[in-house]
Ligand binder design. Structure first.
Ligand code: ITT
Length: 192
């Protein structure tokens, strides 16, 4: 069975592919030249459904979307759903990570508590849409460490570990990540 992965973020694709296993043929929204919708919703789940429905409607195929981001406790959950937008039009995550550090310095915050969220939505053309959400909690570290993963991975140390997601082997991140937690919920939601 073929699934359209409704993303233009190359960093997400290997993680989604590893989590889905070998049973599906994946094609991305980018490969199908589907336009990116504006993410106009105010929640991760809302934006995940918006992206999955948009891809299902345009492709006529079952579509899976991930809306995700980093939330920082001392910044009242920012950047949150704006995580991609903090990197600017050049999608420069060195800039986005610096912005997180500067915002914490500006308010003199010592608390480095943060979490990643992934909302996953599956939409059928002219049919239902299922959405779930998973999180992983941890602490931020500055300066960024490691060159694996993508986005904010070099800032984030999951609870119980001492390496950032940017330093960990992909399989080690995949064992505990927000995306993995969301995938387990998605499987349960689709099977139950
Ligand atoms: P699509 O909407 O096309 O999927 P996007 O990058 O715009 O791509 P989001 O709107 O979901 O995706 O933005 C999520 C941002 O949050 C993403 O660009 C990363 O910077 C960050 N992010 C999400 N999951 C992450 C992860 O596992 N590790 C590091 N950063 C992550």
């Amino acid at each position: 069975m073929r699934i359209v992965v409704a993303t233009h973020n190359a960093g997400k694709v290997p993680e989604i592919s590893a989590l889905l296993g070998g049973s599906y043929e994946l094609v991305t929204a980018g490969q199908l030249n589907l336009p990116e919708p504006d993410e106009t919703e105010s929640t991760f789940t809302g934006n995940a459904m918006l992206k999955a429905r948009h891809a299902a409607e345009l492709s006529g195929e079952v579509s899976l979307a991930d809306d995700s981001g980093l939330s920082v406790a001392a910044l009242d959950g920012a950047p949150g759903i704006f995580s991609a937008r903090w990197a600017g039009p050049g999608k420069d995550f060195a800039v986005a990570m610096k912005k997180v550090e500067e915002r914490l310095e500006e308010i003199g915050a010592m608390d480095r508590t943060a979490w990643f969220t992934s909302a996953l939505a599956v939409a059928w053309p002219d049919g239902p849409c299922v959405v779930v959400q998973g999180e992983v909690h941890g602490q931020l570290t500055f300066p960024p460490r490691g060159d694996r993963g993508f986005g904010y991975d070099p800032l984030f140390i999951p609870n119980g570990g001492d390496q950032t997601f940017g330093e960990m082997e992909p399989a080690a991140k995949d064992a505990i990540s927000h995306r993995t937690v969301a995938f387990a919920k998605l499987r349960a939601a689709l099977i139950d």
